[in-house]
Design a protein around this ligand. Structure first.
Ligand code: 3HC
Length: 305
């Protein structure tokens, strides 16, 4: 319908107001890179404590980036970081947060029901033109979009951790995502400095579909006693050119985060051995060894979490 394509074309010209729901590591990173690129950002979570933590993380990360970008002019670096953080409004009112949004990106926990409930509420509160996107790692976008009346203006924007450092953005279109929506999401991704790739709405998109089975295989190797985590990590760094080995990466992303994705797929594809979750990973998570954030995962971190 022509009204729809008109309004989405208007969005294509300028995604300027971005709302990010979920202020955890990913959401904070997405808010940060959008603000640093000049967008007006609203970052939403359930309470002020989460938002405070998030603000601190963003300030630290912006400080590191500013130091690098403005090596010879620290005052300019300080100004850059200040301006970026000032473009972010930290808030808890989710309906209000989308009132003027051109783009809403959801980065809450990997739970289909919670995501559907969230988008149903936002669908009623957001303007017609607003594009909705999920940063899900592993849940089909078309299922998340189900309760909304804007399936043509719904897609996936999948970022990588740490968001400010990782250049890639996967732009996901479902069977119902319109061309205008896809183009607007892709253009926005490029405008915030990411390199975009396009992928259909398939499990794990490109990166996680390859990365999760690879990491699972590494755990199986250790379970069988074939090699230690240290040797596997060293081997993949020096023999395959990865910046981190699979166990270091698991600790950096969160052992529980990887497990959550893997368990979701195990349930969806019970007969596919690729998606079988190793017991050793479950055991680690049960023991609270979640990686860097808890001080121990596959490795111990002591004070330098
Ligand atoms: N913010 C700002 N700067 C950061 C940062 C952050 N969050 N993290 C690292 N940096 C900067 C450091 O300041 C440092 O800058 P410098 O070169 O000026 O000193 C630079 O990055 C390098 O950092 P380090 O020396 O500490 O470490 P590395 O050289 O190992 O680089 C890395 C860090 C870029 C994270 C690199 O290790 C890497 O690419 N690792 C792989 C990460 C990866 O694979 N991520 C994908 C995970 S999967 C995923 O996210 C999908 C999800 O759905 C689960």
């Amino acid at each position: 319908n022509s009204t729809r394509s008109l309004s989405t074309s208007a969005t294509l010209k300028a995604i300027q107001n971005v709302t990010v729901i979920g202020a955890g590591t990913m959401g904070a990173g997405i808010a940060q890179v959008s603000a640093a690129a000049g967008n007006n950002v609203r970052l939403v979570d359930v309470n002020d404590k989460v938002l405070d933590n998030s603000r601190k993380g963003i300030e630290t990360s912006l400080g590191r980036i500013a130091k690098k970008l403005f090596k010879d002019d620290p005052a300019k670096g300080t100004e850059f970081a200040k301006q970026a953080i000032e473009r972010i409004t930290f808030m808890t009112e989710r309906e209000k947060s989308v009132e003027t949004a051109d783009l809403v990106i959801e980065a809450i926990i990997e739970n289909l029901k919670l995501k559907q409930d969230l988008f149903a509420a936002l669908d009623a509160a957001a303007p017609q033109k607003t594009i909705f996107a999920s940063n899900t790692s592993s849940i089909p976008i078309n299922e998340i979009a189900q309760p909304t009346n804007r399936k043509d203006r719904f897609g996936g924007l999948h970022f990588f951790s740490p968001v400010p450092m990782m250049k890639l953005l996967e732009v996901i279109r479902t069977a119902e995502t319109s061309d205008e929506t896809y183009k607007a999401m892709d253009a926005w991704g490029k405008s915030i400095g990411k390199v975009t790739v396009s992928c259909k709405d398939t499990p794990g998109f490109i990166v996680n579909r390859l990365l999760i089975p690879y990491m699972t295989e590494a755990v199986r190797m250790v379970e069988r006693g074939d090699a230690t985590p240290q040797d596997v990590d060293l081997a993949m760094k020096l023999g395959a050119g990865y910046p981190m080995g699979p166990f270091e990466l698991s600790d950096a992303v969160g052992v529980d985060v990887g497990l959550f994705i893997a368990e979701g797929w195990e349930k969806r594809f019970p007969n596919d051995p690729t998606f079988k979750v190793p017991e050793l990973t479950r055991k680690l998570v049960k023991e609270g060894k979640l990686g860097r954030k808890s001080g121990e995962g596959w490795y111990k971190y002591g004070d330098k979490k």
